[in-house]
Design a protein around this ligand. Structure first.
Ligand code: FES
Length: 283
């Protein structure tokens, strides 16, 4: 049945992978595209990248980290449960070309986003070097899957619990310093990390693509929330992106706009926690 969760797995602390039965989206999906889902009738619309699709099985894969009320609610669903609404695939597919040596710098939960893109880039004849960063070891996800489709893979953790001790941008900078040469960089992760990585690639003269999907709200071009400035021009991430030239992004404006809903998100999360405590008689 459409929108039913086939399997659920916690692949990192608070990071979940769902396989969902959704034949139409599975048959149309291209790397870089996303879906919008609503967990229940009154739920918020959540934009989530399609981390993979299997047209033969009619399934898609999503990976998400619990970051607020809606993702907490989504994580409470189990295999066999049905997601209320799901639309997609949305957004422009990633242009897959033969770039040559591609460096992929990943932070936070960027791995599921970039996995289908790198797979397609590898199939197009590119060599792939992955720099996979996380705050701590238990947040490192999809290392094995990324390792299978890349020529080299190095991992960093901010707290030095696994791999290189430091940020993934430091790791990438060191690789460049030791002679690493790249024709193209794909940078995906938290905004601060992408901004820092783009400063490094700009200095090194490496063409860079970033994904700005974290700013989306309704995902259909109607709310205007995802407006960004790229090379002085106003763009909507959900319709014109989600990928853009990282050297043209107005990062200061993007940082400012990302903070707009923080207070409302905190209130919603607190009310959600209270409702769970009340239901379970926890004081
Ligand atoms: S997310 Fe609403 S217009 Fe793009």
């Amino acid at each position: 049945m459409k929108n039913v969760i086939i399997s659920k797995e916690e692949i990192g602390r608070g990071i979940f992978r769902f396989n969902i039965e959704e034949p139409l989206v599975a048959s149309k999906h291209r790397p870089g595209q996303f879906i919008i889902l609503m967990v229940n009738e009154t739920g918020e619309r959540i934009p989530l990248t399609i981390a993979g699709s299997d047209p033969a099985a009619g399934t898609i894969t999503i990976v998400f980290q619990v970051a607020g009320k809606s993702t907490a609610l989504l994580s409470s669903l189990e295999a066999g449960d049905r997601i209320q609404n799901l639309i997609g695939p949305l957004g422009r597919p990633t242009p897959i070309e033969r770039y040559g040596r591609v460096a992929c710098v990943i932070g936070g939960v960027g791995a599921p986003y970039v996995y289908p893109i790198l797979k397609a880039m590898r199939d197009a004849g590119n060599s792939i070097s992955v720099f996979l960063g996380a705050r701590s070891r238990e947040l490192v996800i999809m290392e094995k899957e990324l390792g299978e489709i890349s020529d080299t893979l190095s991992v960093s953790t901010d707290d030095d619990t696994y791999g290189y001790g430091g940020t993934v941008v430091d790791l990438f900078r060191e690789a460049l310093g030791s002679g690493g040469k790249f024709d193209m960089a794909v940078v995906v992760g938290p905004v601060g990390m992408m901004e820092a990585a783009c400063a490094v690639t700009k200095e090194a003269g490496i063409r860079t693509m970033v994904s700005l999907n974290t700013i989306m709200v309704d995902g259909t071009g109607m709310c205007g929330s995802c407006r960004v400035t790229i090379g002085g021009e106003s763009k909507l991430v959900c319709c014109d992106g989600p990928e853009f030239d990282g050297h043209l992004v107005d990062w200061a404006e993007l940082r400012h706009r990302l903070g707009r809903f923080l207070d409302q998100e905190k209130v919603a999360m607190n009310l959600y926690k209270k409702s769970i405590f009340d239901r379970n008689g926890i004081k």
